[in-house]
Write a protein that binds this ligand. Structure first.
Ligand code: APR
Length: 270
């Protein structure tokens, strides 16, 4: 590992800026289970494999209140871990320009990164289905709403019901939904993400299986523009073969190790 870590430090030390692409794995050590690891959501409710969280809910309607309540309970207890905080350090050191995430859990923002591109949206935002206005929610507001899920949701019969049955109506009177992206919908902030990855010198890929596009295409764009790709994951992913370096291990352990190695080598602002 130390030889690989040295190579990562050398690549980052060459200058330019970096971007990070993150997935569910970076939040695993905050207590939020990933989707596809053994024993998690897709394993338990395998009919949902093609449809993401909403697919799982639709194929298991009687379980929807329980699945959603469990998710919100874990979210309520979750705090940014040393992996998230390591990415904030990289930004403060003047090395990392943006975090591009597939996660909807808001933990990168909470940790303090200033440019977080949430490709799959955020559970902390509401979107009015009539006037289109988006509203950011405070954590307490979201969790007060989430506490009511078992009362508000009986047996689910449609995706619309899941999306709009939980949130209060907008001030215009229209139903509001969570502003996260479900399968088949366009991802958010993609143009900005493409701009960053096509001009970065290096990319950190942390905790993603790399199977969901277009997020999983971003490393290819970076690579085609000569970026150096560094992956951090306990297991090889669909992106590993494209990466220049694979740092095997958990985000909470390896991201801080990388930060320390960079500091030791004098790379970045103090
Ligand atoms: N640190 C780093 N990586 C980890 C850790 C950890 N502690 N624990 C697990 N991982 C890795 C796994 O090895 C796996 O590669 O995180 C990855 C999790 O993969 P997925 O569950 O597929 O999550 P993700 O890649 O984010 O999924 C993409 O799929 O269902 C959709 O919209 C949903 O955004 C999600 C998208």
């Amino acid at each position: 590992m130390s030889n690989l870590m040295d190579k990562a430090v050398e690549a980052i030390g060459k200058g330019g800026y970096g971007t990070a692409l993150t997935g569910a794995g970076i939040s695993a050590e905050s207590g939020i289970p990933t989707y596809r690891d053994p024993g998690n959501l897709y394993d338990q409710y395998d009919q949902g494999k093609q449809g993401g969280m909403l697919g799982v809910l639709m194929t298991n309607p009687e379980k929807a209140p329980e699945i959603l309540s469990t998710f919100f309970n874990k979210l309520q207890e979750a705090k940014p871990n040393t992996g998230h905080i390591g990415l904030v350090e990289l930004e403060k050191m003047g090395l990392l320009k943006s975090v591009i995430t597939q996660n909807v859990d808001g933990l990168h923002r909470l940790a303090g990164n200033s440019k977080v591109l949430e490709l799959h949206g955020s559970i902390y935002r509401m979107l009015c289905t009539v006037c289109g206005i988006k509203k950011q929610m405070e954590q307490n507001d979201l969790f007060a709403i989430a506490d009511e899920i078992p009362n508000k949701l009986g047996t689910i019969t449609s995706i619309t019901e899941i999306m709009t049955g939980i949130l209060p109506p907008c001030s215009c009177g229209g139903p509001q939904r969570f502003d996260f992206v479900s399968f088949g919908e366009s991802v958010q902030e993609l143009n900005e993400a493409v701009l960053d990855v096509t001009s970065c010198s290096w990319m950190l890929i942390v905790g993603t299986s790399g199977v969901v596009h277009p997020a999983a295409t971003l490393p290819t764009y970076a690579k085609n523009n000569d970026a150096f790709l560094i992956e951090i994951n306990p297991k090889e992913s669909d992106l590993t073969s494209q990466c220049d370096i694979f740092l095997k291990g958990s985000a909470g352990q390896v991201v801080p190790e990388l930060v320390n190695a960079l500091k030791k080598a004098g790379v970045g602002n103090k």
